[in-house]
Structure formats: C-alpha cells, structure tokens
Design a protein around this ligand. Sequence first.
Ligand code: AHM
Ligand code: MG
Length: 343
Amino acid sequence: MTSKPKKLVTLDEYIIQSQNRFPGATGELSQLLRDIGLAAKIISREVNKAGITSLLGADGSKNIHGESVKKLDLFADEQLISALNRSLITCMVISEENDGIVSLNSQGGKYIVYLDPLDGSSNIDVNVSIGSIFSIYMRQTRYDPNPSESDALQSGVRQVAAGYVLYGSSTMMVYTTGLGVSAFTLDPSIGEFILFDDDFSMPKHGTIYSINEGSYNSWGEGLKKYIKYCQKEDPENGRPYSARYIGSMVADIHRTLVKGGIFIYPSSKVYPKGKLRLMYECNPLSFIIEQAGGMATNGDKRIMEIDPSAIHERTPIYIGSKQNVEEAMKFISSDKEMAVEAG
Ligand code: AHM
Ligand code: MG
C-alpha cells in the first residue's frame, strides 16, 4: 500500500489558515507577515548569490553586469522597509541600519516594526549563516497622525508577533504570534516557504554553551565560574558541555532552539550594558524562545519585561533552555550576593 503524500503547506496558506481561527481578525497582521516573507525570499536570493555579484562588502561598487551594488545589509534593510511600505499597515519602522525612526507612507497604520535586517554582519564576508530579525508592536496612539519614537518604546511583552529568517544551509523562517512557534523552510525550486513545524518546542536542558570566550578576562566572577562549571567533567550530568559560537545571534539562537543549551552575551568591561540590542535582537528572540518553552533574562529581569528607554538600547542576555538559564543564574546571582556582603 502506498502512503498518502503529505500535504505541503506554504507560509501564505498557513498564515491565512491561522487567521481564519480568529473570526474578528482584520487580516492586517497576516498581510504584514506575508510582506516580511516576501522580502525574506528576495534577501535569501541575494545572500545566495552575493559572492558572484560582489554584494558582500562593496558599497557603491559595480557588479559584473555593470550595475551598482549595495552592501548586503543595506539591501536587506531596503527590501524589508519597502515591503512594509507597500501594504500601508505599518506606520513606522525602527531598524539597526537607521539612527532614527523611519516613518512609512501609512501614518494611520496600526503596526510598528523593529528590524535587524541582516544580523551577524561580521559573518557576511565569510559565507557563514546570517539572519534577519523582526518584532511587531501595535501602536498605542492609534489616531495620532504623527507617530513618534515614544510610541515605539514598549516592553517586549507587548509584542504581537516576532520572528527571524535564517540564511543558513537552507533558509528558514521562524515566527510566533504568541501561540507557539512555527517554522518554515524555503524550497528555492518553487520559491515558497514550506511548513516544517507548527509547534516547535525546545529541550528543557541542553549540553551546549555559547558565548564569545575571547572576552573571558572582562567578565564578572560569577560568569567566569559558570563557564568553568560548564567545562567541568561530570558525565552523569552531561558535562563537560560543548562550546559552540557562530557569532550570528540568529544562527546561535536557532541552534539553541533545536538542540537546547544556553547563549550568553553578557555585560563586560568592553560592553558594560552588553552588546546586543534590546528591541530588535533580544526581545524578538526571547519571545520565540519563551514560546518554545525556554527563558531569557538580563541576569536581573526577564528580557521581555524591561522598560525600554531608547530604541537602540543594549542589554546583557542569558537565553536558552529553562534549566540551563536557571543553572547560570545561580552563579550570576551568588556573585551578586557576594558583592552585597562585601559591601
Ligand atoms: P550585528 O547586528 O552588527 O551583526 O551585531 C550583532 C552580532 C550578533 O549577531 C552576534 O551574536 C554578536 O554580534 C557577536 O558579537 P561578538 O563578535 O562580539 O561576539
Ligand atoms: Mg544584529
């Protein structure tokens, strides 16, 4: 007997099916997610041929066809912003590539979108995985014709959707609207994202730690002890853990989502507030990780409960499998208690 072929579900079909479960839905968020999916396909195409067309680092140069080319991160920024501008649902975008807010055509649009158009820029030139990250909020001053930066300063718990696109050995789009995590793989032969998993959950504990260990000497004592703990021989408890660090947050988080473990970008002497950006790196990836059963904190507070004071602000982050992050917190907090005792 031949088995029935599995029905392939495209990203667009899935978004519409999900929307149909909510009778009052206007379809605007669905449209917004589809717009991001379309931009992601265009970016994925350019990422894949970047080496050939010299899009890598050559801002202002000409490609082999004599056309002027943009740096890949600027190209990604433009594609995402113009996709969001077309559908007149988004009033403003905040992007890593732009200092201030970018007002879009639809000043009455009800959504605000944060973007890291191409995360992992140091990996662009060396053919290693990079990604795009998005985080979507509803604006609070619905009828103000001039939305301002303060509209965008909302804590991560108010995100209505968030996700990332990973340009890896295959291109994947992973997103959440707060009802679990859905993941899609791009089939380049038909140009469609195909549903891979509509209820992604992550291991409660993993045996991988991920941190830029080159900065060891500028960490706090608690973190140093935690990393030594990860490296300590204890086969019954899966230690020593393996170290993996790609240097593209999207790729490191995707591995953490699939295999479990912990990713850390701490505060250090070089980056006292951490390096990664709260609004378009840490909040959206924390939303995904939490929805998959993991957790994310800055060492003191849940990432998504931080009250932002600036659109480009940074935060330290400890994110991953619940048990690993809790384990790390014991070291980080005992360090703080010791500091209190020492006055
Ligand atoms: P970017 O947005 O300029 O690419 O910087 C963010 C990236 C993250 O993807 C990654 O986790 C981190 O920077 C790596 O930093 P470092 O090289 O200091 O380890
Ligand atoms: Mg980034």
